[in-house]
Design a protein around this ligand. Structure first.
Ligand SMILES: [Zn+2]
Length: 372
């Protein structure tokens, strides 16, 4: 080995090398590579072939195919956005169309859903619905068996439906509301004629009733997702117990609680932010961002150390020309303790993020990886 100082020394000054990515950015790239599954174009073409075939897909397979196509669409538009295809006006238009389409529900009528004329003599409205498909367990891969074209190459990732999403058939229960005087002039309390302790939250506010559909072997809801609606009681349950809105498991992470918001929907300089979106666990931060129609692929992450219960979203009841009816529609959440609450019917629980740090989704994933 050459002794120090014995070799020829370079004296010309050169600019020191700097890495092109910071350690955080490198970790993000590593995370992405680890969780990457190659896009399966064969599966996409297989599904497209099934729906375009002269023989329409079986009714019981329609929802499953539609969900797979929705998954392909999300994946394709993410790839297009990542490749900056939006610079091309035609591609930008298609990406926008994809954003709208991926949130649309499949028409309830089978023949409308598959875009085919109903067979002669069959009343569209009375086409019986197929038995509900059981959702696939998370992490499993979906192999569909709807068509003889099925092969091992026609597989794709299942589309996970967040726990809080309302499903078809989960409807508001018929109301049998009453207002009873509670002392003091004009003071009333809203209640159900057949009230049950589950109808009120921990602070005694009355909640909208909504039926629960069938669940699978894991206790997870089944049925066609109503993507833009949260089931009021699953929203309340996850929000109250700080459970993940996707999997309903405990949402606490080593960094705190993760809440997501669409970009520009909240002012992160605001010291207090109110949210009706239950938290997400570390495993589902990206899934929630991909699936939620209210979010974009790069939502704002609010990492909260403290998120006390604030109040509810709901409507106020009173007597009007039609008897007992909605008489107040507050524009924002109603805080617990508000004088309107005794006559309010709540539909969403709201928390206040009081100690939080805003960050991007990639930053969050990197920090989670480091904290694990
Ligand atoms: Zn989760």
């Amino acid at each position: 080995m050459t002794a120090p100082g014995a070799g020829r020394r370079f004296t010309r000054l050169v600019r020191p090398w700097t890495p092109s990515l910071s350690s955080g950015e490198l970790a993000t790239v590593l995370n992405r590579l680890r969780s990457w599954n190659p896009f399966d174009g064969g599966a996409l073409l297989g599904d497209v072939a099934v729906v375009q075939d002269d023989v329409p897909p079986a009714e019981e397979a329609t929802e499953e195919i539609a969900e797979r196509l929705r998954g392909h669409l999300i994946r394709l538009s993410n790839i297009a956005i990542a490749a900056e295809a939006e610079r091309d006006p035609a591609a930008a238009r298609l990406i926008e169309q994809a954003r709208t389409l991926r949130c649309e529900d499949l028409p309830g009528d089978h023949w409308t859903a598959i875009g085919a004329p109903a067979p002669a003599g069959l009343d569209r409205q009375r086409t019986p619905r197929a038995a509900r498909r059981r959702p696939l367990s998370e992490g499993s891969r979906m192999t569909h068996t709807a068509s003889p074209r099925t092969s091992d190459s026609m597989r794709t990732e299942p589309l996970l439906v967040p726990f809080v999403i309302q499903r078809e058939g989960e409807d508001a229960a018929p109301d049998n509301l009453l207002l009873t005087p509670i002392g003091g002039p004009g003071r009333h309390r809203l209640r159900y004629a057949d009230e049950d302790p589950r109808d009120r939250d921990l602070r005694g506010v009355l909640w909208a009733r909504c039926s629960f559909g069938a669940v699978d072997d894991f206790g997870k809801p089944t049925g066609k997702p109503q993507w833009r609606m949260m089931h009021p009681l699953r929203q309340r349950g996850t929000m109250q117990a700080m459970r993940c809105q996707v999997c309903a498991e405990r949402a606490r992470t080593p960094l705190g609680f993760i809440f997501l918001a669409g970009p520009n929907t909240v002012d992160s300089d605001d010291p207090d932010i109110l949210t009706n979106q239950p938290p997400v666990c570390a495993r589902h931060a990206r899934t929630a961002a991909d699936l939620c129609p209210h979010l974009t692929r790069d939502p704002m992450v609010l990492l909260a150390q403290s998120a006390p219960l604030y109040g509810v979203n709901g409507v106020g009841y009173g007597y009007g020309s039609q008897g007992l009816q909605v008489v107040e529609r507050p524009t924002g959440p109603i805080p617990y303790g508000h004088p309107l609450l005794p006559t309010v019917m709540a539909s969403q629980m709201v928390r206040r993020l009081s100690s939080f740090r805003p960050l991007g989704l990639d930053e969050l994933l990197w920090e989670l990886e480091r904290a694990a």
